[in-house]
Design a protein around this ligand. Sequence first.
Ligand code: TXA
Ligand code: MG
Length: 323
Amino acid sequence: MSIISNCTATAIKDAAAALIKGDLVAFPTETVYGLGADATNMNAVRRIYDVKGRPAGHPVIVHISSIEYLGKWAREIPNYALKLATAFWPGPMTLILPRTDLAKDFITGGQDNVGIRVPAHYGALSLLQTFESQGGFGVAAPSANKFGKVSPTTAFAVEIELGKYLNHNDKILNGGPCKIGIESTIIDCTKSTPSILRPGAITKKMIELTIGDSNRLAPNQEGEKIKVPGLLSSHYSPQANIILNGLPNKGDGLIALKSIPTGEGIIRLASPKDAEEFAQILYEAYREGDNLNLNKIYVIEPEGDGIEIAICDRVNKSSNSNN
Ligand code: TXA
Ligand code: MG
């Protein structure tokens, strides 16, 4: 029997109860599917690591239903972080902030800061609200994939990735395909100026326009003390080798904007019309390439300084995993 259910009122209620009991619930967000556990329950969070095969010590993002819960998890919140939270939550943005005592080492990887996000998906928000109404404070959730692999953007992809590692009390909520398709923008808000740790759909320009001139974005992570262990240089990788901007041969896969033609004998995995659609379908196109047992998938990266930056970041990391 499948453990997938649609986000009906009953399924959400059961899923929130499962979280309270310490079981795991995979749930949809606008970015990618998350594998959730009660963020105050050490054993439940440990199970996330077991199921994902993730090495210990990696911090996990805590998901809350609204900015009102931010103060439970984070303290010393700079003004620019409040501006960002007000502007972009619910939405594809994670803020790293100094933690309160509620955020234990098993959430933060032993660091003094915690990652917080309010996702913009009706299924995720109803799950979080119901969980909070039953006494919960937040749901810890990394992407619902095996460690180092491609994040799932459908409930079926979650079941294929993790189904055999979940038990019969765990649940997968189906909220349709994710609208954005790549993981949230992560912003370090622990210093006097913010910096982007992982690019995403909330772009540099959007952040700059929101925080204004008084709080310029710090150039980047150079010399950064903050650890983002999930951001290893090889990540987000399918079985196939990902090759950037080269010329595919017969039998190779190709992911490129619609305007780019498909050569003879090339297996076109996706033809998105613009960068937003590119992000949305990228991981499913990788999965399709793996289903077809392709050895090589060529990706022609879209150019631009919006979500294109995040697409190139993920595609470069997938290509670093080639062996
Ligand atoms: O869009 C997303 O962010 C998705 C959905 C499910 O919300 N989640 C996600 O989680 O991508 P995950 O664990 O796959 O990636 C989160 C990244 C990891 O690289 C982790 O190391 C970093 O965020 N992170 C989490 N908390 C952190 C913290 N306190 N300090 C530094 N990095 C942190
Ligand atoms: Mg991940």
